[in-house]
Design a protein around this ligand. Structure first.
Ligand code: SF4
Ligand code: SF4
Length: 326
């Protein structure tokens, strides 16, 4: 069956071509056993060039985009559930290549403007948009900022950058400074929203987020700001995501609803291993900041590591109960 036909059948099944009231009418010749819409009728419809062309264009634009988006999102969740570092890097590469350079489709402050204004695109022609926004919202409620930790192409890009840059160039801000800097992104989110609602100028996004870089089209000022940001990101890992991203701030606010939180052992009270391993400054003693954690799973792998995690090491040292003597 051709793609054209598949789309037409799907549309028919969804009731998009035949309104329910018309479909409920008896056949004109009074034959009650006649199907209301036969494949012959479908063929006749497909004879019409205009419809054929419009369905064919839908199949190329929509089915390809839907499948692409579903694969990227599905693989990200798969890699997350496997807690596998190599799979995480494959997920990064997919996000950068597909969502970044190929589709330039990232969650942006512009999406937040549209949602707050109740300005939603037409569902039939924007299914990938709904998939991305729906997935980002639902996954944030379920697990926290999974979108930031694995799907955002810019976040994936800077995380990979961090892997290839020499560690000696890096500066880790002290925890107290890090926590203060993390508030900047909420201030940016608030200011940009106020500016947008006061002026209606959505183009402000070009100066508060670097996601346009995947389109390779910016002016001199935008490229200069991006170059400075990337240089700074080499020095302070994940700098933009931790301190400056307004989308990250919005998702951080939603993350406070996280359903499936990261477990902690009682031994986490005095242990600093996970806190030191967290590259996002999200762990403070036994506490994990839901708004800052991006579910990178570094601490979760440690948590389960019976060779490194203090919980398991203490358990191993505890004397086993002696069998009762007869
Ligand atoms: S904080 Fe912003 S740039 Fe970073 S991963 Fe999240 S959405 Fe992307
Ligand atoms: S190391 Fe743990 S707390 Fe830190 S960002 Fe990753 S999952 Fe979240």
């Amino acid at each position: 069956m051709s793609a054209v036909r598949i789309v037409a059948v799907l549309a028919l099944a969804a009731g998009l071509l035949v309104p329910p009231t018309a479909a409920a009418q008896p056949a004109p010749d009074g034959d009650a056993d006649q199907p209301e819409f036969s494949l012959e009728d479908l063929d006749a419809l497909l004879e019409e060039d205009e419809l054929k062309e419009s369905v064919a264009s839908l199949s190329a634009a929509e089915i390809g985009d839907i499948v692409g988006m579903a694969l990227v999102l599905g693989f990200a969740v798969f890699s997350f559930t496997r807690k596998s570092v190599p799979l995480k890097y494959v997920s990064f590469a997919g996000s950068i290549a597909y969502l970044g350079f190929y589709k330039s489709n990232l969650v942006s402050i512009v999406n937040i403007f549209a949602i707050l204004e109740g300005n939603f695109p037409d569902v039939r022609h924007s299914i990938p948009w709904y998939l991305l926004i729906g997935f980002t919202t639902v996954s944030t409620v379920l697990w926290g900022r999974l979108y930031c930790g694995r799907i955002c192409a810019f976040g994936a890009f800077t995380q990979l950058l961090d892997r290839v840059m020499p560690a000696r160039l890096r500066f880790d801000p002290p925890a107290s400074l890090d926590r203060r800097l993390a508030y900047i992104k909420y201030v940016i989110l608030g200011v940009v929203l106020l500016y947008f609602f006061a002026s209606g100028d959505f183009l402000v996004y070009r100066y508060v987020e670097p996601f346009w870089m995947f389109t390779l089209s910016g002016n001199v000022l935008m490229w200069t700001l991006l170059g400075t940001l990337l240089l700074a990101t080499i020095l302070v890992r994940n700098l933009y995501c931790r301190y400056l991203c307004s989308v990250g701030a919005a998702l951080g606010l939603i993350s406070n609803l996280t359903v499936f939180k990261i477990k902690r052992w009682t031994e986490c009270q005095g242990c600093k291993i996970c806190e030191k391993a967290c590259e996002w400054g999200a762990i403070d003693g036994p506490k994990i900041s839901l708004a800052e954690c991006v579910r990178c799973d570094d601490c979760e792998r440690l948590y389960d590591d019976e060779e490194k995690c203090v919980h398991w090491l203490i358990l191993r040292k505890k004397p086993k109960a002696q069998p009762a003597s007869s």
